[in-house]
Design a protein around this ligand. Structure first.
Ligand SMILES: C[S@@+](CC[C@H](N)C(=O)[O-])C[C@H]1O[C@@H](n2cnc3c(N)ncnc32)[C@H](O)[C@@H]1O
Length: 298
């Protein structure tokens, strides 16, 4: 990622100025205090300056991310840095409803995208990497069933939770073993026994995706990468390379607004190693779910 763009450079300049001011104010504050003078006003200014500095640093990170995103997807999308505009906070029942209302909208969006796959005759399986209790698999399976669309569906998971995150490659929000789910219970919830077209595969991606039955999977038309971590995403993208068809949907469930970590990092490395792929940006929702369509592939 280039560290120099006109927007990022001008923000860096502002940041340096603020930093210099901040150092000067801190020195003055210390001198006034040691001389027994009232330094309240200067103290307030220093606090304000500190806040501006943090805001400015975030703006700079966003500008870098937005440049990076535009380079890959041809559109400039502002980095989300706020919850949807509502005075209900997420710790109130109405705030929770507002968030889940957006999830309902996303489910309709997923249905619309599947409908378009059908209309365009894009053949291939629906695959999710990282199923946990099967929420999204159930959503997608329900849509296929209700609409009478016949596609193979696959879900891959360790069912032991996440592998260990790697410092510097993953954001610090996750931990090893998080999201463990009992395999048999998930099989029952998803009613796999009565859905022969839906299969769950238990094990670590770097083993299961290299062996049968995964290696027997043909074209893929809808892939959800929901393994959260950088290394998990690397394994999924390698698996998808020969299988993801033209027009297919690729969904990243844990998109980070920082190309140095997690799924964007894995994606950037994969793009560099696999020239000739192009993606159309379809949308991004509150839950950091990024929707792309394969517009060109080698
Ligand atoms: C956030 S959860 C998935 C949530 C799920 N898609 C849903 O709809 O609720 C992430 C899942 O990825 C799985 N996972 C992450 N990395 C993995 C890996 N390398 N191999 C196998 N499973 C992995 C974890 O076990 C966990 O269940």
């Amino acid at each position: 990622m280039s560290s120099s763009t006109p927007i990022a450079d001008s923000i860096t300049l502002q940041l340096r100025t603020l930093e210099a001011e901040h150092r000067m104010m801190k020195d003055t504050l210390a001198a006034m205090r040691s001389a027994g003078q009232d330094a309240t006003r200067l103290h307030d200014l220093t606090a304000e300056n500190e806040r501006l500095r943090a805001e400015n640093a975030a703006l700079r990170r966003h500008a870098h991310y937005e440049d990076w995103f535009e380079k890959h997807f041809g559109v400039r999308v502002p980095t989300p840095n706020t919850w949807p505009f509502t005075t209900w906070t997420s710790d109130t029942p109405w705030g929770v409803k507002a968030c889940y209302g957006l999830q309902d909208a996303e489910i309709l969006f997923a249905e619309h995208l599947l409908e378009k796959l059908e209309a365009d005759g894009v053949q291939g399986a629906v695959v999710e990497f990282g199923t946990y209790y099967g929420h999204w698999l159930q959503v997608l399976a329900g849509i296929l069933e209700n609409r009478g669309w016949r596609r193979e569906m696959w879900g891959f998971d360790s069912f032991e939770g996440l592998p260990a995150p790697q410092q510097g490659l993953d954001p610090s929000v996750w931990h090893e073993g998080q999201y463990a789910a009992p395999f048999d219970e998930v099989m029952a919830r998803l009613e796999v026994a009565r859905r022969p077209w839906l299969r769950l595969v238990k094990g670590w991606f770097n083993a299961t995706l290299m062996a049968e039955p995964a290696t027997g999977i043909g074209p893929i038309a809808y892939a959800r990468i929901d393994g959260d971590l950088y290394a998990s995403c690397v394994d999924c993208l390698a698996f998808l390379t020969p299988r993801l068809v033209q027009g297919a949907l690729l969904v990243f469930d844990d998109w980070q607004f920082d190309p140095r970590v997690g799924e964007p990092r894995a994606f950037e490395e994969w793009m560099a190693a696999n020239p000739g792929w192009k993606f159309e940006y379809l949308g991004m929702n509150l839950w950091a779910h990024l929707y792309l369509r394969v517009s060109e592939r080698p």
